[in-house]
Design a protein around this ligand. Structure first.
Ligand code: SAH
Length: 352
């Protein structure tokens, strides 16, 4: 057992089974043993790779998208350039490099990062010395907000339910022979899942992310009050369906209960919830990542970069372009939803 598994087992022995969300929260963000509190999961020895680590084109195009939104809104002179869960800081560094020549943009912005305390903040500060760090979105400045969150919502803890009649039994983590094991509560009606009685059947599983609506609606509020735009990119779909909890260690799937604190845990994002939380800001249509990047001009950017490359570097560049955009790679599984103020055009590449 990992040290965190022993802690969780002791807690369950004392007070009973815990929700998957409580389990995931400890695994990911426990201050001493949490996965993100103790390591850089994206490094060379890391467990997974993300779009900005695959190619600089991802951050460059997102940066130009935000800078164009800023210009479309009259180039406000004092803005927050924000990111949720900035990982190694690569995405924000690419955004800043790509927008260096957008007149007035850098003079107007200050960088604000939402990240849990831990080694990732130190990694981020190496690339982003001028940034301000926040524990949560609640302390982001009251100012126009241009924000990116890539693979952030998928790291938030989820609860999981199985439909039984018109009620739901919750999947919980309990103990069997002193080992962590999954169990189920007896079914009960649940107001938060009333809307899912129409599109599910007995035995179907659905997931709820308790923290997501509050975080997303805080951002929607800032954008509605002050202007700005947000780009949420993640894997998931419109409405959750099925068991999407995944554990990854060393780029390979593992049992989510086997190594708490040592493996990354994620769940697919329910973009209907992201969209519903936008109000009073507006949200765009759900758009596949590949389509979004094509509309922002990734083909032309890829060609420009390819002109300066040859041999293995060119092969890697072509593979990275394909990986970000092709439907059988990340192009279709990953989706984008944007937020924007009611009075402004949609961010480039997205539709109302
Ligand atoms: N956006 C980056 C990293 C994605 S990994 C990229 O695309 O490469 C998830 C990121 O979210 C990490 O930086 C992790 O530390 C952060 N994170 C996870 N849970 C968080 C929480 N509850 N609050 C703030 N940051 C969190």
């Amino acid at each position: 057992m990992t040290p965190l598994a022993q802690l969780i087992a002791a807690r369950i022995a004392a007070t009973g089974p815990i929700t998957l969300a409580d389990y995931m929260r400890d695994c990911l963000t426990h201050p001493v043993y949490g996965y993100y509190s103790t390591r850089d999961p994206l490094g060379a020895q890391g467990d997974f790779i993300t779009a900005p680590e695959i190619s600089q084109m991802f951050g460059e195009l997102l940066g130009l998208c935000l800078a164009q939104s800023w210009r479309d809104q009259g180039s406000p002179p004092q803005i927050t350039l924000g990111e949720l869960g900035p990982g190694r800081g690569t995405l924000m560094a690419d955004v800043l490099r790509a927008t260096a020549n957008v007149a007035g943009f850098h003079a107007a912005l200050s960088v604000h990062l939402v990240e849990i305390p831990g080694p990732l903040r130190a990694t981020q500060s190496r690339l982003l010395a001028q940034a301000t760090w926040h524990d949560s979105v609640a302390s982001l400045p009251e100012a126009p907000l241009y924000l990116i969150a890539n693979e952030f919502f998928d790291a938030l803890p989820i609860r999981q339910f199985i439909r039984q009649g018109n009620g739901w039994s919750e999947v919980v983590v309990g103990l069997s022979d002193a080992k962590l094991t999954l169990g189920q509560t007896s079914p009960a009606p649940l107001a938060a899942l009333q809307h899912r009685l129409g599109d599910t059947q007995d035995g179907d599983r659905v997931e709820l992310c308790p923290a997501l609506p509050g975080i997303a609606s805080h951002i929607g509020g800032l954008i509605a009050r002050h202007g700005g735009a947000a780009l949420f990119i993640d894997y998931g779909d419109w409405r959750s369906q099925g068991d999407t909890v995944q554990a990854l260690r060393g780029h390979a799937p593992t049992d989510p209960l086997a190594e708490p604190g040592l493996a990354d845990l994620t769940a697919h994002v329910d973009f209907e919830v992201v969209a519903n939380a936008a109000s009073p800001a507006k949200h765009t249509r759900l758009t596949p990542q590949g389509v979004f990047l094509e509309r922002l001009g990734i083909a032309a950017r890829a060609q420009r970069l390819a002109n300066g490359l040859s041999g293995p570097a060119l092969t890697a560049h072509l593979a990275a372009h394909r990986r970000l955009t092709h439907p059988v790679e990340m192009g279709q599984l990953f989706k984008v939803v944007g937020y924007y103020p009611p009075s402004a055009p949609t961010p480039p590449g997205l539709e109302p």
